[in-house]
Ligand binder design. Structure first.
Ligand SMILES: Cc1cc2nc3c(=O)[nH]c(=O)nc-3n(C[C@H](O)[C@H](O)[C@H](O)COP(=O)(O)O)c2cc1C
Length: 354
């Protein structure tokens, strides 16, 4: 198992990457993840048109602070011409890697011939990749994020290989494969055997795996079982930035520890401190931050109670006081306990906000 990941000429570092997470992986989440051991984080997917359209959103997408590197900018779209232009704008703004989304299974996205829809049209998919490669001109590595096909048919698998191998010929530096089909959305397991098959076929080409990574143990298992060069942690890092250091610790042969209440409080307070300037004021920051905070309840001694308390926060000035109550040291006597494999929390409701 490789311990340092490279994507093209970018040294990514820890092979456990913070995945692109729509509605979540903003600057605040990425910074908290980095401060807890992540070395590469990907911005939430952005529409090419929004990158090109002047306005507040464009300014937010295109401002990459110095501490947020290496960072991936992920694009979604349906028109090769605008796709390339948007990729160029991301690189100019300072994104270190451009990632192309061929995976999103949300109906609205599919209806607009974006994301996972492109896995059914080899020609358009490859012209999107070509447009990005030409626009970026080698100034940043380009990667693609794919599901293992539109559905379970042999034709869908054939298109998967044609797109992946076509994109490799066009010069992409890496691919991330989420081995669920677009039709499957989140129902049923991520088929890790498919990752092993892809890795065997692509050889030295950099391959990252995605799907069902809910703990550091899962990350190391995926890498060992499938041979992928890295893994992108998605649902497993929301409310759990600690997972990145845990992957490092596991690689180094250390015993894994659960976060203490004090560590959780500190991570949430930091997230809030970063989110307020990012969203410009506390009122706007509350909703996106609360989505993360609620997920921290999963490691609480009383997770159901903790979640209920956090869901009830309706005003910004209630947030930190409630967090202090819920993550009070009395719940763990300020002592960290060992994190065992069976402690991983698998989401009951499979969801995706891509
Ligand atoms: C809320 C949410 C938002 C997501 N947003 C994106 C996204 O913007 N881009 C992307 O490529 N994948 C996105 N994904 C997919 C994840 O990156 C990942 O491939 C998928 O969740 C499988 O990993 P998991 O089973 O470990 O969660 C999203 C998933 C979730 C749950």
């Amino acid at each position: 198992m490789k311990h340092t990941l490279h994507i093209g000429d970018v040294e990514v570092g820890l092979p456990a990457v913070q995945a692109a997470l729509s509605g979540y992986s903003d600057l605040a989440m990425r910074t908290v993840a980095r401060e807890h051991g992540a070395t590469y984080a990907i911005n939430e997917v952005v529409l090419d048109a929004l990158v090109l359209q002047k306005g507040k959103l464009q300014r937010r997408i295109l401002s990459v602070p110095e501490h947020d590197h290496p960072v991936g900018g992920q694009l979604m779209g349906s028109q090769p011409e605008t796709f390339g232009k948007a990729a160029r704008a991301l690189v100019r703004a300072g994104y270190d890697i451009v990632d192309i989304n061929f995976g999103c299974p949300v109906n609205k996205v599919l209806g607009r011939h974006r994301g996972g829809w492109l896995l059914q049209d080899v020609d358009i998919a490859l012209s999107m990749v070509e447009s990005v490669m030409q626009a970026v001109q080698g100034d940043a590595p380009v990667s693609v994020k794919m599901r293992r096909g539109t559905d379970d048919s042999p034709e869908a698998e054939k298109r998967f290989w044609t797109i992946l191998e076509g994109a490799m010929k066009l010069g992409i530096a890496a691919a991330t494969v989420h081995p669920r089909t677009v039709r499957q959305k989140y129902i049923g397991p991520s088929r890790w055997e498919f990752l092993a098959k892809v890795k065997q076929r692509v050889g030295d080409f950099t391959l990252l795996g995605s799907g069902d990574l809910f703990s550091a143990y899962d990350v190391v298992d995926m890498m060992e079982q499938t041979g992928v060069d890295g893994a992108t942690i998605a649902r497993g890092c929301i409310g759990n930035p600690f997972v990145f250091q845990q992957v490092r610790d596991l690689i180094d042969g250390k015993v894994l520890m659960r976060p203490t209440c004090a560590q959780q409080r500190a991570a949430i307070e930091r997230h809030w401190q970063l989110a307020v300037p990012f969203y410009r004021d506390e009122g706007r920051a509350l909703a996106p931050v609360r989505m993360h905070v609620i997920k921290y309840a999963q490691f609480h001694k009383e997770p159901v109670w903790a979640r209920e308390q956090l869901v009830r926060v309706k005003k910004p000035d209630e947030l930190l006081a409630r967090v202090a109550e819920v993550f009070d040291d009395r719940f763990d006597e300020a002592r960290s306990r060992e994190l065992r494999r069976e402690d991983a929390v698998v989401p009951a409701r499979q969801s995706c906000g891509e």
